[in-house]
Design a protein around this ligand. Structure first.
Ligand code: GUN
Ligand code: FE
Length: 443
């Protein structure tokens, strides 16, 4: 028996969770080339399509198939510097990040690291990511070339950065426009690839550069914008001093037309009321990065506030490697759970992060936040065939815990929820048994 699970809606928004979930305890997934043909109950599909059981090519006994995980914010050039000691955001950038990113001017090095990075994503069950490269065209070409080898759905973009960093890492407004334009022409909407216009964050772009980012977005309306927002208190102060006319941090981006329904803002920890409103009204999305926020001591995000009924902001989760400490989205959910638990102290936030909500957010929730909900994030027919096979019992302790849950003989969904939660707290890459991208096994 192989189980199949995907979400139709946000379980935290449904009175009856069952209405948000598709779960087949004994399931079957039928792939036609690169798309999902059907998913459902094993016996039903066998008889409906007259399938000979001998023709079923892969069996994952006792495992769970889910949509591939989606990481909505990370930096591929920082994979090699995870766990760099002792600093908060701004000195961490100066001391560790900028020197590392300088190496990615070399296209051979960048390609080697891009290959490593994409393989690690697959090993961790991540099939789509929104990736910052570096200021270099070379590193951006490298990641797109590797992703396209697998026909992966990847969003990436060259960092635009024309001030407040070492001069080896700076572009200028004009060259950042021209390089980005060339990369968009080359990669955006080529097969499954998508381009994100990527000003690093407000402090490292001049007004001229942000103005040209707006021009790019106007010229190519289906591209994304990705950047950082309100991650760290010193950073926020710095933004206020650099852009003294702006009403808020987000207003810097908004005043250049960069807050749109295809904009992804990393972090968003310390938002003011008006910033929530603007994100909501513009349909922009936020990527929450728990392992990074804890590692850099940045602060605790407010997921329940972002999901407020009257002013909901679309969210996904990001590993934010290399400030984040893992590429693994299960471990990312584990830390998210703890942040939500700490935040429960405040009066409005009484609810913990459930397993269904967590796994929803790294599949369908993320695809909605990326405006890709008609393509990825579900295992329904015609969706792109990106999925993971999960083994709940990767070691002795997990095995023991799962057995104890099974012994309770709860109903199927209650048992699933309990097992998924234990997975969310104890799981890692060992629980990823296989990963499929575009209908093919890549791990
Ligand atoms: N803000 C600007 N650049 C970065 C970065 O590389 N990582 C993180 N976490 N925050 C940033
Ligand atoms: Fe980041």
């Amino acid at each position: 028996k192989t189980s199949i699970l995907y979400f139709e809606k946000d379980p935290s928004k449904c009175e009856n969770k069952k209405n948000s979930i598709k779960f087949y305890k004994n399931g079957l997934l039928i792939i036609e080339e690169t798309k999902i043909f059907a998913s459902g109950d094993y016996e039903e599909l066998i008889s409906l399509y007259n399938i000979d059981k001998k023709d079923i090519s892969l069996e994952y006994e006792d495992n769970l198939i889910m949509p591939g995980f989606i990481d909505t914010h990370l930096h591929y050039a920082q994979t090699e510097m995870i766990g760099s000691f002792g600093e908060q955001l701004l000195p961490w950038l100066e001391k560790y990040t900028f020197p590392t990113e300088m190496k990615y001017k070399d296209p051979i090095y960048a390609k080697e690291m891009a290959n490593f990075f994409i393989k690690e994503l697959f090993k961790n069950g991540t099939t789509t990511a929104a990736v910052f490269t570096t200021v270099h065209k070379e590193s951006t070409n490298a990641i797109f070339e590797v992703a396209n080898k697998y026909k992966m759905r990847l969003i990436a973009g060259k960092v635009m950065m024309d001030r407040n960093a070492p001069k080896e890492l700076l572009d200028d407004a004009k060259s950042s426009y021209e390089d980005s334009l060339e990369l968009i022409e080359k990669w955006h909407e080529k097969d499954r690839l998508l381009y994100a216009i990527t000003p690093r964050f407000a402090p490292t772009s001049t007004k001229e550069q942000l103005e040209l980012a707006r021009k790019l977005k106007e010229k190519y309306p289906t591209t994304y914008i990705q950047t950082h927002l309100s991650e760290n208190l010193n950073e926020i102060q710095w933004v206020k001093s650099l852009f003294s006319n702006a009403k808020s941090y987000l207003d810097v981006y908004d005043s250049f037309g960069l807050v749109t329904n295809r904009a992804i803002f990393g972090h968003a920890i310390y938002l003011e009321e008006q910033e929530y409103k603007t994100l909501h009204e513009k349909g922009a999305s936020v990527s929450l990065c728990p392992t990074s926020n804890l590692f850099l001591g940045s602060g605790l995000f407010k997921i329940k506030k972002l999901k407020d009924e009257n002013c909901e902001v679309k969210i996904g989760f990001g590993s934010d490697v290399g400030a984040g400490t893992t590429l693994n989205m299960i471990k990312t959910l584990n830390e998210a759970y703890k942040i939500v638990s700490l935040e429960q102290n405040s009066a409005q936030n009484r609810e913990a992060l459930s397993a269904f909500e967590g796994f929803y957010q790294i599949t369908l929730g993320a695809s909605i936040s990326l405006d890709l909900e008609d393509k990825i994030g579900k295992l329904a027919s015609n969706y792109e065939a990106d999925f993971v096979v999960i083994d709940f019992k990767a070691d002795e302790i997990q095995n023991l815990r799962m057995q104890k849950i099974e012994e309770q003989n709860k109903d199927d969904l209650a048992e699933l929820e309990e097992k998924l939660f234990a997975l969310m707290i104890m799981g890692d890459d060992r629980n990823i048994k296989a990963t499929f991208v575009n209908g093919k096994k890549v791990y």
